[in-house]
Write a protein that binds this ligand. Sequence first.
Ligand code: HEC
Length: 265
Amino acid sequence: MTLHEIVLIAHSYLRWLVLSALCFACLRHTRRWLSGAGWDRLDERTQVATLGTLDLQFLLGLILYVLLSPFPRAFLADMAAGMKSAQVRFFGMEHALGMLIAVGLAHVGRKRAERRDEPRQKHRTTAIFAWCSLACMLASIPWPGRSSARPLLRGLGGEAPVTSPASSASAAVAACPEVYRTRCASCHGVSGRGDGPLAASLKPPPRDFSKSTFGRYRSDEALRQVIVGGGSALGLSPLMPAHPDLSEAQLGELVRCLRSFGSRE
Ligand code: HEC
């Protein structure tokens, strides 16, 4: 397992803790605000614990953003091209910005609540900021069904996302599963020629699957390895991202899809 995968899995699972902590905070402070309860030690402790989990998650996200994930790199290298690819735009900008705001709101809420003397006001301020933070977070998570979907439980297999139907499925693309369009076409191009919107920003460029030399020296097994483990699995460029969450069936379809690009020449 690469460092990228380890951090990604931690980031994916810690999400559930963060969401639970934030939901708990929302409900607790709203209830205590409405019932006029006091501000006790448990309020203090849960607030510190919630912010701590949020910060830890934010740190993991930052490590992914700055060091490990290929999407922000592609986005920062060429923003104009990045904006055109749903996935690059999402992980390069939307997800990161949304979470920055969500974590910021939670911290501002604490600071503001600290300045209030009346317990009711403290609960009210904390609750309002926690609800806003939660809403922002829910809107910025790559839930299944979105074009940048990521698995709910990473690494357990079989839960790969199903996304919206293809917009313009030409005959050339029909041999490829939907997941090719959502996960691969941004770099490799809709028709596999290595001419996706991001291709220009990548060195080495993404493979042109329509070239007759592609795949001749690679077994299906090796192609699966690259798709699952990313370029580094076969000593290729790490700009080819890992897709550890694809199911066996999807991998089979993808390999067939890649080979079909070449056979059409
Ligand atoms: C962020 C851009 C990007 C995305 C997204 C991407 N690739 Fe790649 N891919 C690359 C690059 C760049 C290379 C070339 C690596 C090299 O030459 O060192 C590559 C290489 C490959 C190879 C290696 C071919 C060979 O010669 O052995 C395969 C197979 C592949 N990609 C399949 C896929 C599939 C399938 C998907 C979607 C699930 C995908 N790629 C998504 C950038 C990408």
